[in-house]
Design a protein around this ligand. Structure first.
Ligand SMILES: Cc1cc2nc3c(=O)[nH]c(=O)nc-3n(C[C@H](O)[C@H](O)[C@H](O)COP(=O)(O)O)c2cc1C
Length: 336
């Protein structure tokens, strides 16, 4: 067993949020990080047709693990083809009261109601701007402060701050733990968001050059909502792809863990099937006009193939790391 996986097993003895804190601190200092990135075979590289992102492999780290852009270099070192930092909000905010993160071990799942705890854009941008050129693809996932008077203005502020330093931007409108945020997925709110962010995108691209923008959606959508979001996304002046999906508010009856009734978003194995269904539905709606990144429950190579078969060009994962450790990426890449 790799040292990093052993360490991951050991930190699971800590409460979940402490384990995460210790892990990020260790990664920041380079502890357990492979000296060399796993070999990136050309056969696994992908170029997303619409957004033009060239990924050395299609497996990404989903947002939420590296909220403050502290550990992306280490995570790229474990073999991720791309790492998404954030969600970052314009101002720092503490997030929800603790406890707010729960391991559902029997279900290979996680429930979180973190509520966008993060240190804000200033430090995030400093760290992102100091990264080594060519060291890997890093995206910035931006969101809105809980107390903002104008959600959309916060996304525009985030875009402006990270534009020159990220490889892509994700507009996260699907976290269930900021009251009102998911309402941005409604038809007129979404048109407003995509219009104003699209305008900002066009201006920033003129000034600083092209950057792809993704929209991250929830899995808890019916067919009408999926069709509405797809229509708005296709018509958006400056949007290149969708990330499907964030965590779910649903609680499948199959859950066994004592924590299954905790409030927040559920991720991990129980999210694999429903999020892949929603991904396939989006693929039917958008065809080849937008790139799709599949997230939700990916834990092995079969899950990767299932997301790709449903229409994704790349995938992201987070919860499986809690149970498998970062050596998981190398194992999946070897089998892909
Ligand atoms: C503890 C935790 C925190 C998360 N924080 C964020 C976040 O800040 N922004 C975001 O877009 N998604 C966040 N997510 C959602 C993940 O990025 C991902 O979409 C979701 O967990 C499904 O993937 P998974 O089943 O592989 O974990 C978080 C997930 C977890 C488990």
């Amino acid at each position: 067993m790799a040292i990093a996986d052993l360490a991951a097993r050991l930190v699971r003895c800590l409460p979940p949020e402490a384990a995460h804190r210790v892990t990020v601190a260790a990664l920041k200092s380079g502890l357990g990080v492979p000296a060399r990135r796993p070999e990136m075979l050309p056969g696994r590289a992908v170029k997303l047709p619409v957004s033009g992102l060239s990924l050395p492999n299609p497996i990404g780290l989903a947002a939420g693990f590296d909220k403050n852009a502290e550990a992306f270099a280490a995570m790229l070192g474990f073999g991720f083809g791309f790492v998404e930092c954030g969600t970052v909000t314009p101002k720092p905010q503490p997030g929800n009261p603790k406890p707010r993160l729960f391991r559902l071990t029997e279900d290979r799942a996680v429930i979180n109601r973190m509520g966008f705890n993060n240190e804000g854009l200033d430090g995030f941008v400093d760290r992102l701007s100091a990264r080594e050129p060519g060291a890997g693809i890093v995206g910035a996932n931006v969101g809105a402060n809980k107390t903002t008077e104008d959600f959309v203005a916060d996304y525009v502020t985030g875009m402006q701050a990270v534009w020159r330093y990220a490889d892509y931007i994700t507009l996260n409108i699907s976290s269930p733990n900021t009251p009102g945020l998911r309402d941005l997925q409604g038809k007129s709110a979404l048109e407003d968001l995509l219009g104003r962010c699209g305008e900002a995108g066009r201006r920033l691209a003129d000034e600083h050059g092209f950057l792809p923008i993704f929209l991250k959606v929830a899995p808890d959508l019916d067919d009408v909502q999926i069709a509405d979001i797809a229509t708005a996304a296709k018509a958006a002046p400056y949007l290149h792809g969708l990330i499907v999906s964030n965590t779910t508010l649903a609680r499948p009856i199959t859950l066994r863990s004592a924590f299954k009734s905790e409030g927040g978003g559920l991720s991990g194995a129980p999210l694999m099937a429903p999020s892949t269904e929603v991904l396939a539905a989006f693929k039917t709606e958008v065809g080849d006009s937008l790139d799709l990144i599949g997230a939700g429950g990916v834990a092995d190579v079969d899950d990767v193939w299932a997301k790709l078969a449903a229409g994704a060009q790349a995938v992201q994962l987070y919860s499986a790391l809690v149970y498998e450790g970062p050596g998981l990426i190398r194992r999946i890449l070897a089998e892909l």
